[in-house]
Ligand binder design. Structure first.
Ligand code: ZN
Ligand code: MN
Length: 488
């Protein structure tokens, strides 16, 4: 890079989220991933003439819920528009969408940055529309189309160009995934294409005191966080190189779309847009406008929960957890709620957190379920945490007990006794053992008393001897106290 050049990265993002309703947006066909091609279709989603679509109320409520979570202004009145579209995967040749009256607009989302701080990204709008089917080009000399996905409810979310790196764009995508899962409105499974991303990227380059903007590039149809982050970073570098090589800048309407080649890890030019597309939007005469009155809005509002980013921040301030731990616990709602219940039942937050993050999540992962689905109650978890903190069992014995707890219905205390994991903390009993060890090891006792370099090592040795004599069952804290008293 030439030394008199500096630049600013500008990225906005468009996201399509598939909602997890039982049926499609405007007909009663079931939403089912992986079903026999063209087995989940009816005259409405096939676009037969003369049929009438009916709005899926759940899809609308889910969308309003996300709008609220995104701090948007939710519209009291909206309508449906037809967007002209000619492609085999949507046979009626238009997509039902919302054009000038989106169901929500002017919001924001807080995203976590690597520094532990958050950044506010403005949300332009979020509206509801229907998905197209899938064209398949794997059969040989011809293409096939599977219309099972046609008419699936899609929430389109558009951000303002407030992000400035691939990492920030990825952070927003991950946060949005966590949010829609918390709200229970989407499985947000990337492998199944439930979230698709289209970042808009350009640069403002300052050279010799003058500002130049590069042409905006939209990368189409990304369906993994990694591809999203990498394509943005790739575009930043490509646009910078192009400016340095050719001085090429933004002109009227020279926006282009590019695709992401995952094998080559680069973006590839698809087409240059000469001007904005004219989709010939017009209100759909077959669908009624939607009026959201106060009572309905209140009912939807009551389904809001504490959002993951707020939880994460609260865990750091209220429970004094690290941002990393708070992030792990709030990654999904059931883990976070299980954690909070165990803390409410009296478990120390840090101790419960360690049990969950170091053992519980691993066990849940092996069992292929969430931590709340293991045979494990929050009360048992908090009891175990208390046993460790009281010195009844060691932290490593605690991990063993936790593992057993997921296999049986037994309480921590019962398992600890059965497995002989209760630490001896009875000072009287331990004092006898300490005295015996001291008598057997006069050299070490002398080293401790000399207070020299060897003192610490000798004390550790004596502690080890006592623990060994109790077959590992002595509470090291209690033994240490007795040792210090006897040797001082
Ligand atoms: Zn249908
Ligand atoms: Mn769209």
């Amino acid at each position: 890079m030439t030394s008199d050049i500096s630049y600013k990265v500008i990225v906005g993002l468009e996201i399509h989220v598939q909602l997890c309703t039982q049926t499609k947006m405007f007909c009663g066909c079931a939403l089912q991933f992986g079903a026999q091609p063209n087995s989940r279709v009816c005259p409405v989603c096939l676009g037969m003439p003369g049929v009438l679509p009916v709005m899926n109320k759940h899809a609308y409520e889910y969308s309003v819920l996300v709008g609220l979570a995104l701090n948007c202004k939710v519209a009291g009145f909206t309508k449906w528009d037809r967007k002209s579209y000619y492609y085999p995967d949507l046979p009626k040749n238009y997509q039902i969408s919302q054009y000038d009256l989106p169901l929500s607009e002017n919001g924001f989302i807080e995203i976590p940055l690597e520094s532990g701080e958050t950044k506010r990204i403005r949300i332009t709008r979020a509206h509801l529309e229907e998905d197209a089917g899938k064209n398949l080009h794997t059969a040989g000399n011809f293409s096939q189309v599977d219309l099972n996905r046609t008419g699936t409810p899609l929430l389109e979310i558009v951000t303002e160009p407030d992000m400035s790196s691939g990492a920030e764009v990825k952070a927003l995508a991950v946060e949005l995934q966590r949010m829609v899962r918390y709200l229970g409105v989407s499985e947000a499974d990337m492998q199944k294409g439930h979230m698709r991303f289209e970042p808009n990227i350009n640069l403002v380059i300052t050279k010799g005191g003058k500002e130049h903007k590069t042409a905006i590039v939209e990368v189409k149809n990304l369906n993994s966080f990694r591809a999203l982050e990498r394509s943005v970073d790739y575009e930043v570098q490509r646009q910078l190189d192009e400016f340095i090589d050719s001085g090429k800048v933004m002109e009227m309407g020279n926006k282009s779309t590019r695709g992401w080649d995952d094998d080559k890890q680069m973006t590839v030019l698809q087409r240059v847009k000469e001007e904005a597309h004219d989709y010939r939007y017009f209100p759909d005469p077959d669908l009624l406008p939607v009026e959201l009155d106060d009572a309905w809005l209140e009912q939807i509002k009551s389904q809001l929960c504490e959002l993951p980013i707020k939880k994460q921040i609260r865990y750091v301030s209220e429970y004094k957890l690290s941002d990393y731990d708070a992030g792990v616990l709030t990654a999904d709602r059931s883990t976070a709620e299980f954690f909070e219940e165990a803390v409410k039942a009296g478990g120390d937050p840090k101790r419960v957190c360690n049990l969950i993050t170091q053992v519980g999540l691993k066990l849940a992962n092996e069992a292929g379920c969430g931590i709340a689905e293991l045979s494990l109650t929050a009360e048992n978890m908090s009891e175990l945490a208390k046993m460790i903190d009281d010195g009844q069992v060691s932290a490593s014995a605690g991990n063993t007990i936790l593992e057993q707890m997921t296999k049986t219905d037994k309480a921590a205390q019962v398992i600890a006794e059965e497995l002989n994991l209760i630490q001896k903390s009875d000072a009287g009993e331990l004092e006898g053992i300490v005295e015996k060890v001291l008598a057997e090891n006069p050299k070490a006792v002398e080293d401790v008393k000399s207070g020299g370099k060897k003192s610490k090592k000798a004390q550790g040795f004596l502690l080890g001897q006592v623990i060994q004599k109790t077959k590992g069952q002595a509470n090291p804290k209690v033994v240490s106290e007795i040792l210090s008293k006897k040797l001082s």
